[in-house]
Write a protein that binds this ligand. Structure first.
Ligand code: FMN
Length: 202
């Protein structure tokens, strides 16, 4: 399947450049690209935004770019490091900015699949963090993909070029990217056919 009209935003990582969670989301992004999507990656320190502020609509250019990319995307890939058993503060804050799409049509992540990826230095925190990412996706009206990824960075090492010798982890990440594109393609087809049924062919 190839559909270059599908655009996906891949966000993730920690403050550490080339972190494990950044490399994980990049591998998932590769899966989405292989499925024919255009992928925009916003990772690592690009996600270091001021605390989401409900008392002003002023936003930094970096925050505006993130929200605009998500607004135009057909699907998302999100990878968080596990910090103290949960989503890191930086990633949660970045996701809080999706509140700026509350009044948008469609609101929040409506109609978008979200591939969720959790990376920790041990198994326990990967599972709780993946669960949190899925709950956040639900709260934002998105659709978590059937497959999520739990990456234990104590076992799964990423090389400098972003690859990993852990074939099972690499395949899991790529599959998540493909599932996001698959859902986006199905939604696009559905929307196009209902527009035709409504007589809106332009
Ligand atoms: C503040 C902080 C808290 C962390 N808490 C946990 C934890 O609760 N469980 C765990 O397995 N790893 C924990 N880690 C380790 C990270 O999850 C680990 O380094 C993983 O590789 C993801 O980080 P990275 O994307 O920066 O590589 C923590 C790291 C930091 C900096």
């Amino acid at each position: 399947m190839t559909d270059s009209s599908i655009s996906i935003v891949a966000i993730g990582g920690s403050t550490r450049p080339d972190s494990s969670s950044e490399r994980a989301v990049r591998l998932a992004a590769r899966g989405a690209q292989e499925a024919g999507a255009h992928v925009t990656t916003i990772t690592g320190r690009e996600l270091m935004l001021p605390i989401y502020d409900t008392e002003t609509s002023d936003r930094t250019p970096q925050a505006l770019a993130l929200v605009e990319a998500i607004r135009g995307a057909h699907g998302l890939l999100v990878a968080s490091p596990s910090y103290h058993g949960g989503v890191s503060g930086m990633m949660k804050n970045a996701l809080d900015y999706i509140e700026d799409l509350a009044a948008h049509d469609p609101p929040y992540l409506h109609g978008r699949a979200v591939g969720c990826i959790a990376v920790a230095y041990g198994w326990q925190a990967t599972v709780s963090t993946l669960q949190q990412l899925r709950q956040i996706t639900h709260a934002l009206r998105g659709w978590p993909t059937p497959l999520g990824a739990t990456i234990n960075a104590a076992d799964t090492r990423f090389a400098e070029d972003g690859s990993t010798a852990d074939a099972a982890a690499a395949e899991q990440l790529r599959t998540i990217g493909q599932q996001v594109v698959e859902f986006a393609t199905m939604r696009s087809t559905l929307t196009a056919s209902s527009d035709i049924a409504d007589g809106q062919t332009s």
